[in-house]
Design a protein around this ligand. Structure first.
Ligand code: DP6
Length: 360
């Protein structure tokens, strides 16, 4: 698979002004992407499931123009957001060879999230995948391309260039990103639907996101990823991610929850162990993160309910559990864990379907 297939080679059609809109969800990684090579190539393969409720809704309004260069405004909840410009400018620069029509339009990018910005849940994943999908929808008009499957693949390819984890939000369910020898079709360039059988228990798996700390991230993911260069444990970590993904293939098929929990929690703690052992080192967990983990472990021991946690590059905790235990677990979260969340806040979510068009 080569990047060339994503460079258009047909003539552009002239189109007038208009708009396209998509919602795209966030996703939660089970095997984590942490460390990357140039051009947003992951240092190891990762797998996530796409969420349902934590979403970004983006409209891309386009007006033809003749001047050179990129021209755009970004709005969040109707307000201009100049601080988002550099990230989008960089994104446009990275993708302009694959979407050469971008300079022919002025864009108003209007976006809203269903979750608080910088709550530590991956708004870059949902935001960049929604924008990538809008750009690809415009591409379909400009090149009169109606190959829906190719366009979705291209959206994942472009989203990756905006934010790595975003390429796993286009498809629903379980998505793999990064070449893995046991997963035919897996690629460093785009997310692909996990191609093997998935047990019923995982098809509607639940994710309660506990907002332990909603502050701005202490360390951006880009800085964090870079700390894996020359990291003393990098080689072992990257190998471990390959091994964990191998181990997950039969687990996702059989529904063996104990084995699942073991890998998922190990991944979360390894991610943070990598941050704690980089140079410079940092701790993104907060005291309440550890309180949540310990309380969850006690609950699991007492009740034998197979819940577990995972973490992103922040203090918030994702509590994962099968739907059949939703009542007990949600009561436990409300009674015992919400006290460790800022303003008692948490978000209940579950496996979702990926990007969807918004009818305009
Ligand atoms: C810890 O996708 O946010 O959430 O490619 O620099 O935008 P960039 O990084 P990003 O990294 C996410 C890291 C993670 C693990 C994961 O989602 O796999």
């Amino acid at each position: 698979m080569h990047v060339e297939e994503f460079i258009p080679n047909t003539p552009q059609k002239k189109i007038g002004e208009g708009s396209v809109g998509f919602t795209s969800p966030s996703n939660i990684a089970l095997v984590k992407y942490w460390g990357k090579k140039p051009h947003q190539i992951p240092a190891n393969p990762s797998i996530s499931f796409t969420l349902n409720n934590c979403k970004t809704e983006t409209f891309l309004r386009y007006t033809p123009k003749t001047s050179d260069g990129f021209s755009f405004e970004v709005y969040l909840d109707g307000k201009k957001q100049p601080e988002f410009r550099p990230k989008i400018e960089q994104f446009f620069e990275r993708i302009s060879i694959y979407s050469p029509f971008l300079a022919n339009f002025h864009f108003d990018i209007e976006t809203t999230n269903t979750f608080p910005h910088s709550s530590g849940i991956a708004s870059s994943a949902s935001g960049m995948s929604a924008l990538a999908m809008c750009i690809v929808a415009l591409e379909a008009l400009v090149y009169e391309d109606s190959d829906a499957q190719f366009l979705k693949r291209k959206a994942s390819f472009l989203a990756r260039l905006g934010s790595g984890s975003a390429c796993r939000s286009i498809e629903g369910g379980f998505v793999v990103w990064g070449a893995h020898s046991s997963i035919l079709g897996s690629s460093d360039l785009e997310g692909v639907a996990f191609p093997f059988e998935v047990h019923e228990v995982f098809k509607d798996y639940q994710d309660a996101i506990l907002l332990v700390d909603k502050g701005e991230k202490q360390v951006s993911s880009s800085v964090g990823h870079n700390l894996m260069h020359n990291h003393p444990f990098a080689k072992e970590r990257f190998q471990q991610a390959h091994d964990h993904l191998d181990a997950l293939i039969p687990i996702l098929k059989s529904g063996d929850l104990n084995a699942f929990i073991h890998i998922i929690e190990r991944e979360a703690l390894t991610l943070h162990a990598m941050m704690m052992s980089s140079d410079p080192y940092f701790i993104l967990m907060k005291p309440n993160t550890l309180k949540v983990i310990n309380t969850l472990w006690s609950f699991r021991k007492e009740t034998q309910i197979p819940i577990c946690f995972t973490l992103d590059a922040g203090a918030n905790v994702h509590v994962l559990y099968p739907k059949r235990y939703a009542t007990e677990v949600e009561q436990f979260i409300q009674n015992k864990l919400s006290g460790y969340c800022q303003n008692g806040q948490y978000i209940l979510d579950h496996v979702g379907k990926g990007v969807e068009p918004i009818k305009i």
